[in-house]
Design a binder for this molecule. Structure first.
Ligand code: ARG
Ligand code: ZN
Length: 853
């Protein structure tokens, strides 16, 4: 069954108010829902309330039991005459048998909910669509010993004891919301609390709720929440609007976190951190996700989505907002590099493959499959381009207008763009193609100095590739920041300018070009495109040393490395001199931020190298990359050791500067090991043992796990034993091994899948092994096809428990078109086996059948 955007019709019935009464129990929860329903327009259709999996017990209309209701495709159909009724349903659900983790489920002995996108229907019968906004009153009754804490959206209004050792609580959320934002939590939890006073003087109680043992790991998340609240006031003028803001951390969660109004629920990996168990990357991700969910209070909750085709309205904008927040907390340059690397790793392949879709899709079978890098990260890039075109003041005016005009409503992407247009006076009609056309545009740039003269001509042209269902593409608006440098004097020949390329091609003429010009283009990654230039290795080396835009500088080095590696993988011929010289120059530049240096000297991943090639040859890519790593390690040994020595720090602090040193330290260690130096394993083991923080410890473990030393085995054992009762750290233990470049990684991963600590029931654990293995290009694409078979076996098993998480792990198998015949055939065979599995979920069916094409 396919849902189409163009088929949107407003709801038949509105539900301005709902009262929910839960009698909570892990095995059998009773849910009584009292809905005030109002016919939305002149029609005579019955009331249709979505459902899924619950046992209906009774239906009353205006207080009177009725039995003319029926269940149709899981939905409750109640014939009603007139326009205004109170409909009361009673159902039973079983949270402890809910392995899908959608609706009300049990995690670590506590009860919690996840409703986005369509989980609320698994709790009670309701019009489960985001354009039905209701005011919620929630009452929960539960065993007081097992579930001493009872939380829901909004503000607490009353609580008390009930017979038989039970107690109850009532919560009231005054803001109308769609049901996907409903949440409740019942559990044995404690909170790290503080208060935040908003700009207009509202005192808000903040609480981060966890199991008692985890309380010491909540300080960072709580601080990040306070910083986010201030940032949104200052940068977007957005204030919090309730007296309470709670976050609950749970171990079993299908994705990162959820922005339920006033009661965010988080995957514990995005809350819990201390130096001993969390890396700098974890600390950063926690702050980013806490900010992201908090920012949704406006971009998502106060203004929500009319339908799920508009998902990027809230997600793209909110990712853009959290990226801005993170950029302001540390190095904006490094943050931009990380974001672009993530986009290229996850979104570019999606856009180039069988699952490509526009940021505002036209159809879906299962909406859960559309929580993608395209909706989130390309969506954020699209908002970023609007901000670039408008400039900060006009962008802020557009954002203010959007929030003001659509507050309390369910809006569309079009509403957002129209607000930006109206507030700025900028015509964004052609720009809207970014919402409807899938595929990563390719921009070709050719710079020519006119013979003898003092002019240069830059020819820009664009091509948007064909994607499934979109055979014909129109030229888009590409905001391209560019600048010209002089090759001899290293001075600016043409200052940075923003070019809006809106046709198939365009020529720009530069005067006063008295020396050979070098093109710096797509500075700051101003447009999410692939840039093709004919810049020489010399020009790229020049830019990697002199460009004043940090992203462009990083990019020049990456391009130089990529050109070298693609050439080596394709021909077996490698010339490493230019890369070695450029890396040496970067390491010698004392003015550079160590965090930037660490990014700049890192080779592109196997996968990204493969993405540049007509067909991916995993073994050739692996060999080419290892050879360059070894040569860099050897040729610059003195420099790596100097960098390693200079990055040693005293005691752990979490600060941008300290993070940068730690990052460079492990990058340097990796190159020392890559050189084959005989003291490398001892050095890594020393770092592993001496570390007072997880960044250094896991970094060293990663270096050891890549090799074949006695220290490797020892470190894996020590790490396992030290953290055997910490699920989040054990995930790292699994993940590090799945990412290893060793020859036996496939067998190791197969063995790990039978380890007593491996379980598919926990999404973090499943992802730690399976997703990590699937990004290990060489191991996953083993010529035998065993890697494909392993992943398919795991997905088939996981689908029976948790279709949503299983379907998320399928896309790597859909990349068969990128490989030569033998591998392609084997991947297709696994996809066919998945599609033929009896009882396959619709989540997996959509992903697998689309991947087969
Ligand atoms: N809205 C949540 C967030 O981005 C994620 C919800 C994901 N839902 C899903 N069905 N995949 O913050
Ligand atoms: Zn989000």
């Amino acid at each position: 069954h396919v849902t189409r955007r163009e088929d949107y019709t407003p709801p038949d019935w509105q539900v301005p108010e709902i009262a929910l009464d839960f009698s909570l129990d892990a095995a059998a929860t009773l849910v009584r829902a009292t809905l005030h329903v109002v016919r939305d327009s002149a029609h005579d259709r019955p009331l249709v309330l979505d459902g899924g999996g619950q046992t209906p017990l009774s239906v009353k209309v205006d207080g009177v039991a009725v039995n003319d209701w029926r269940i149709e495709n899981d939905a409750l159909v109640v014939p009603l005459s007139g326009t205004d009724h109170v409909v009361e349903t009673e159902v039973e659900i079983a949270p402890d048998r809910n392995t899908q983790l959608m609706g009300l489920y049990a995690s670590g002995g506590n009860l919690c909910t996840q409703c986005e996108a369509e989980g609320f229907r698994r709790i009670t019968f309701f019009p489960d669509r985001p354009d039905v906004l209701s005011i919620y009153k929630v009452r929960m009754t539960a065993d007081k010993k097992r579930y001493p804490v009872l939380l829901a959206n909004g503000d607490p209004v009353a609580q008390g004891d009930a017979p038989d050792g039970r107690h109850w609580a009532e919560w009231h959320d005054p803001y109308p919301k769609p049901c996907y934002l409903f949440a409740l939590v019942a559990g044995d939890l404690v909170a790290n609390t503080t208060t935040f006073t908003t700009r207009s003087g509202r005192e808000v109680s903040l609480g981060i709720w966890v199991r008692a043992a985890d309380l010491p790991k909540t300080a960072h998340a709580l601080a990040a929440l306070q910083t986010s609240m201030t940032w949104d006031e200052q940068v977007y003028g957005r204030e919090y609007d309730l007296d309470v803001f709670n976050i609950v951390a749970v171990d079993d969660f299908n994705f990162g976190a959820m922005e339920n109004k006033g009661l965010n629920i988080f995957n514990s990996r995005y809350i819990l951190a201390d130096a001993d168990t969390a890396t700098d990357y974890d600390f950063d991700a926690i702050a980013a996700v806490v900010a992201h969910e908090y920012f949704h209070n406006w971009s998502g909750n106060r203004v929500t989505c009319r339908d799920w085709f508009q998902l990027s309205l809230k997600e793209g904008f909110t990712v853009f907002r959290d990226q801005g927040f993170s950029a302001d907390q540390g190095s904006a340059a490094v943050k931009r590099i990380e974001d672009v690397r993530g986009l290229r790793a996850a979104q570019f392949p999606e856009d180039a493959g069988p699952l490509a879709h526009p940021i505002r899709p036209d159809e879906y079978q299962e909406i859960s499959n559309f929580y993608t890098a395209t909706i989130y990260n390309k969506g954020a890039e699209v908002i970023r381009m609007i901000a670039t075109i408008l400039g900060p003041e006009r962008f802020r005016a557009g954002s203010d207008l959007y929030f003001d005009r659509f507050d309390g409503t369910a809006a569309t992407c079009e509403d957002f763009v129209a607000s930006m247009e109206e507030a700025s006076g900028e015509d964004l009609s052609q720009f809207r193609l970014w919402y409807s056309q899938a595929g990563t545009p390719r921009l070709t740039a050719t710079l020519r100095q006119d013979a003898g003269g003092s002019r240069a001509t830059l020819t820009l042209s664009q091509r948007v590739p064909v994607t499934p269902g979109q055979p014909v593409k129109q030229p888009m608006v590409l905001p391209i920041k560019l600048k010209l440098f002089g090759a001899d004097t290293a001075t600016t020949l043409a200052p940075e300018r923003l070019v809006l390329l809106d046709g198939p091609s365009e020529q720009l003429v530069f005067d006063g070009v008295t020396e050979r010009p070098i093109l710096s283009i797509n500075r700051g990654f101003s447009a999410p495109v692939v840039v093709e230039t004919d810049r020489s290795a010399d020009d790229l080396a020049f830019l990697s040393a002199h460009d004043d835009d940090p992203f462009a500088r990083y990019e020049a080095m990456q391009q130089l490395m990529l050109d070298t590696l693609v050439q080596a993988a394709a021909t077996g011929q490698a010339d490493h001199k230019a890369v070695i010289a450029a890396v040496a120059h970067t390491l010698d530049d004392a003015a550079l931020d160590p965090a930037f240096v660490a990014e700049a000297v890192l080779l592109p991943s196997d996968n990204f190298i493969g993405d540049q090639m007509a067909l991916v040859d995993p073994e050739a890519i692996f060999r080419a990359r290892e050879a360059l790593r070894r040569d860099l390690g050897k040729a610059l040994d003195v420099r790596w050791r100097a960098a390693y020595a200079s990055t040693q720090a005293d005691a752990f602090v979490y600060s941008p500067a300290a993070k940068g040193l730690r990052r460079l330290k492990t990058v340097a260690l990796g190159y020392i090991a890559a050189s084959g130096a005989c003291d490398a394993a001892a050095l890594a083991f020393k770092q592993f043992e001496a570390a007072d923080n997880m960044t250094d410890r896991q970094g060293a473990l990663g270096v050891l796990v890549a090799g074949d030393s006695a220290e490797r085995v020892a470190a894996l054992d020590i790490f396992y034993n030290r953290y055997s009762d910490n699920a989040l750290v054990l995930d790292k233990w699994f993940q590090t091994q799945a990412l290893s470049p060793r020859d036996d990684t496939l067998e190791q991963v197969q063995t790990l899948s039978r380890h007593r600590d491996f379980t598919l029931a926990n999404p973090n654990r499943a992802r730690a092994l399976i997703s990590a293995f699937a990004v290990n290009q060489r191991a996953f694409n083993a010529a035998s096809g065993e890697g494909y078979r392993f992943v398919a076996d795991q997905l088939i098993a996981l689908d029976k428990l948790n279709p949503q998480t299983a379907a998320k792990l399928l896309p790597p198998l859909g990349r068969w078109r990128r490989f030569a015949e033998e591998r392609a055939t084997r991947m297709r065979a696994e996809l066919e086996r998945i599609v033929a599995t009896p009882g396959l979920s619709k989540d997996m069916f959509e992903q697998a059948s689309k991947s087969l094409g």
